[in-house]
Design a protein around this ligand. Structure first.
Ligand code: GCU
Length: 615
């Protein structure tokens, strides 16, 4: 029954901000820009029926000519005793940003739906002519953003950054940002409905205001020439009121480099610099140079490592030398907060464990992790596999799903293309072979190579058994022809048979490409001990690692591995009481930070595995 209520109408004001649904062009390297953090305490309202977004006829409030005061993003307060307003952010509970909501509030542990966040703040620009952007490291899964009651736009995807220009909307006092975050899974989503990880919702990474000059450095890509490692090359992309030619100076003081270039009318410029003094980046020598890009309005610095990564037949070459990737897979969970990881402290903890196991490589599964861990990997000399969340049974024939997957891939590569540690872009994980799936992934690879021709492309591909002998395995996934590195997950001894099955299993890999075994592993409850054939004991996991490593070493092309997984992680698919309790137990370390016996098996292997050690 609709009450005829003269609801308060939120007056949009004369300069109604006509918003575009899309975020603005993604700026890179906010770490070295002029920023104001908006991390901290935000008010929130749980809204499972999206009552603050749709009117009772299920029409979006923010697409009505006159916006009702019932729209939560207006943050309307009752002015008169008779006013009817049925929400109030400032009297609502609070959440810490960044941070998932599931692990901050007991009642939100399983919550999947919309939560509104609100933050008030004052802001004074340092220069009146400057521009200001609202930058979000990530928010899972769908974001609608508003400032001072006006729509900024929307973003889809839970693991990549986005930014909106807010220059015209900011006031010196009493600004309020409101985000509508909806983490509901969907069939057409990327990832789709089924995943083996917890669907942490919320503003899960840093939020900051970024102030730039009128014409600012949006983006740059600086790297070694893939054919000549005495040449540093790249491009710079300026964005301005009226994109026009600007002079940019690229400086690398430690190499005595100072190179000027002029951008074209669209703000693009490229450069090429010769240097015979480069100290190349590597795990043993993670050398980072201070590089600066200067225009007459700003100087933007970054810390850049120079290295080449390539393949030659079945070798992976780092700076022209064969390298073995001694790695481990990792979900983005904090051993400190037990929720979504989002800080440098989280990254220091987990990358420290990788160094302790003798690792030089990490597979950041199954989605782009936060920028802190990528930048720390640069500093610590840990090579990185980054992955787009095209996971399992994606809707291959849905053009919106493809556009979403491609957009998330582009945002991941845009953010991290200047990080030396990142050597592999992974398009997908364990996706069922079909013509539409192969077409989908083939197009993603084309997009990736267009953005970045300097890195390797891979994906966890499908494997199959010889019809006459199930213990003979092949990698006949059609994607094997298109990737640079052949990767696959295998669980012999866990999802098929017991660890001794590895002894009679053979891998017949015909492709002359490097092989990375991107996953293998077994579940173990830390502290549970028993016979090595008793599932869930540390001894079973230890036994599986011993048998699996012996099996995999027979693969001539084996040049890397990232066993599943460094740390136990939450998943709704793992409810077994007193063993899993919502955790996938394949970690070599428990969520409490306690190592299991298999950790030392892998460490022992990495300490001895060498280039000729594959026999
Ligand atoms: C798969 C998948 C992982 C999953 C793992 C498991 O290979 O890639 O995301 O967690 O197996 O079953 O533990």
């Amino acid at each position: 029954m609709k009450n005829i209520v003269l609801g308060l109408v939120f007056i949009l004001g004369c300069n109604t901000h006509i918003w575009s649904q899309e975020p603005d062009a993604l700026m890179i390297n906010t770490f070295n820009r002029k920023t104001t953090s908006l991390n901290g305490v935000w008010h929130y309202i749980v809204d499972p029926y999206e009552n603050g977004y749709y009117n009772y006829r299920y029409e979006p409030f923010d697409q009505q000519e006159q916006v009702s005061a019932n729209a939560y993003f207006t943050n309307t307060k009752a002015q008169r005793p008779s006013d009817l307003i049925e929400y109030n952010f400032d009297e609502s509970d609070t959440l810490q940003v960044p941070g998932d909501w599931n692990t901050q509030k007991e009642k939100l542990y399983y919550y999947e739906g919309t939560i509104w966040y609100k933050k008030s703040f004052d802001y004074t620009k340092t220069e009146d002519s400057n521009r200001v952007f609202l930058y979000v490291g990530a928010a899972n899964y769908k974001t609608e953003a508003y400032l001072n009651g006006k729509k900024l736009g929307a973003h889809l995807g839970g693991f990549t950054p986005f930014n909106f220009e807010v220059t015209d909307l900011l006031k010196e006092k009493d600004n309020f940002i409101i985000f509508k975050i909806d983490n509901k899974r969907s069939k057409e989503g990327v990832p789709t409905l089924n995943t083996d990880w917890w669907n942490y919702g919320g503003i899960t990474r840093d939020v900051k205001l970024v102030e730039t000059p009128l014409t600012y450095i949006l983006d740059y890509f600086i790297h070694l020439d893939t054919e000549d490692n005495h040449i540093i090359k790249g491009e710079v992309n300026l964005k301005g009121e009226a994109n026009s030619a600007h002079e940019v100076t690229v400086e690398i003081p430690e190499l005595g480099i100072k190179k000027k270039l002029v951008t074209d009318a669209s703000g693009q410029g490229s450069f090429e610099i010769k240097s015979r003094k480069i100290d190349y980046w590597s795990p043993e020598n993670p050398k980072l140079y201070e590089v600066s890009f200067s225009t007459n309005e700003e100087q933007l610095k970054d810390q850049i490592g120079f290295r080449t990564i390539s393949t030659q037949e079945d070798d992976i070459l780092l700076n022209g030398e064969p390298i073995l990737l001694k790695g481990i897979s990792l979900h983005e969970e904090s051993p400190i907060t037990k929720g979504r990881a989002n800080s440098r402290a989280d990254a220091e903890k987990v990358l420290g464990w990788i160094k302790e196991m003798g690792g030089n490589y990490v597979r950041l599964s199954h989605y782009p992790h936060n920028e802190h861990i990528i930048r720390l990997a640069d500093e610590m000399g840990i090579l990185v596999w980054e992955e787009n969340p095209v996971y399992w049974t994606i809707q291959w024939n849905n053009p919106n799903t493809y556009a979403n997957a491609e957009n998330q891939l582009q945002e991941m590569m845009q953010r991290d293309k200047n990080r030396a540690a990142v050597i592999i872009w992974s398009m997908a994980n364990e996706t069922p072979v079909s013509d539409v799936r192969t077409a989908f992934l083939t197009n993603l690879i084309k997009t990736a190579r267009k953005i970045d021709s300097t890195r390797l492309i891979s994906a966890a591909l499908e494997q199959s058994s010889d019809p006459n002998n199930p213990n003979i395995k092949h990698i006949d996934d059609p994607m094997a022809e298109l990737v640079d590195v052949l990767s696959f997950n295998q669980y012999i001894g866990w999802y098929g048979g017991t660890p001794d099955l590895a002894r009679i299993t053979e891998w017949e890999i015909t492709q002359n490409k490097p092989v990375i075994v991107s996953e293998f592993g077994a579940g173990a409850k830390q502290g549970l001990h028993g016979d090595r054939n008793t599932r869930w004991t540390e001894e079973y996991q230890e036994y599986l690692y011993q048998e699996t490593l012996a099996m995999l070493q027979k693969i001539d092309q084996l040049k890397g591995m990232s066993p599943w997984i460094l740390v136990d992680f939450r998943s709704p698919r793992r409810p077994l009481p007193n063993i899993q309790d919502d955790y996938n137990r394949k970690g070599l370390i428990s969520e409490e930070g306690k190592k299991k016996k298999a950790f030392w098996v892998l460490k022992g292997f990495y300490d001895t595995w060498n280039k000729s050690g594959n026999k």
